[in-house]
Design a protein around this ligand. Structure first.
Ligand code: URA
Length: 226
């Protein structure tokens, strides 16, 4: 589908709370299993094991399980959200609730499947009552995310929402001012695009127009680097 048609499709879908995949009438399923990574992924699997028994902060006490992240260990695109919610904590996978369905549809609008990208969060454990992560919880989890990024070596990162953007980029600028610009992460200068969190887009569907622009920025930056 060309860009204009995809944009029209995107706009057509604005204002409804579940986006549909391009190819089907059914809501996009966020239930993606991990891809198998035999051979080259020892370190990420080791990290996954380490994270699964982490007790570095208070959140370990209330979790059902850690949520390491899902997708391809070879992903060119990495998406980073905030923290697991109730459903993610139950299933052990990121973005499996309503926001996850929207995220899957957003990816589909730029012709990406969940299994091609890697989706992770700033925190690997659910904060109680969906409260914001505290600074010490983010600090306790930070090295896990840094290591995930170092091992996956994505060509582009999308930060989903304020918590992800501010913590990843060490910024206190409000999300509305951060989006629409290009940032870089780490020594490798990995391009980072900031956009609204899908849960926010569910509450404020009018902002989907801006998130489409952010996704276009991400695609154009990605294309420059391949
Ligand atoms: N919101 C997030 O930021 N991450 C998830 O995994 C689910 C909801």
């Amino acid at each position: 589908m060309n860009l204009d048609l995809r944009h029209k499709e995107y706009l057509r879908l604005m204002g409804i709370d579940v986006w549909l995949s391009k190819d089907s009438d059914s809501p996009v399923s966020p239930h993606i299993e991990d891809v198998s990574h035999a051979g080259q992924t020892g370190s990420l699997d080791e990290l996954r094991k380490k994270v699964s028994v982490c007790a570095n902060c208070r959140l370990h006490a209330g979790r059902t399980q850690t949520v390491f992240g899902t997708g391809s260990y070879d992903a060119d695109w990495m998406l980073i959200g905030e923290a697991p919610g109730t459903e993610e904590d139950k299933q052990g996978k990121p973005f499996v609730g309503r926001a996850g369905k929207l995220l899957t549809a957003m990816l589909s609008s730029i012709e990406l499947k969940r299994e091609e990208v890697f989706i992770a969060n700033i925190l690997k454990c659910r904060p109680p009552n969906n409260r914001d992560p505290s600074a010490d919880e983010v600090a306790a989890c930070e090295e896990y995310l840094n290591t995930q990024i170092r091992l996956i070596k994505p060509k582009l990162i999308i930060a989903l929402g304020r918590i992800a953007a501010q913590n990843l980029l060490k910024s206190e600028v409000p999300i509305g001012k951060m989006r629409g610009k290009l940032y870089h992460y780490g020594e490798e200068d990995i391009p980072v695009v900031v956009t609204y969190h899908p849960a926010y887009l569910l509450r404020s569907p009018k902002e989907k127009r801006k998130s489409w622009q952010d996704l276009q920025l991400a695609v154009s930056e990605f294309k420059k680097n391949i």
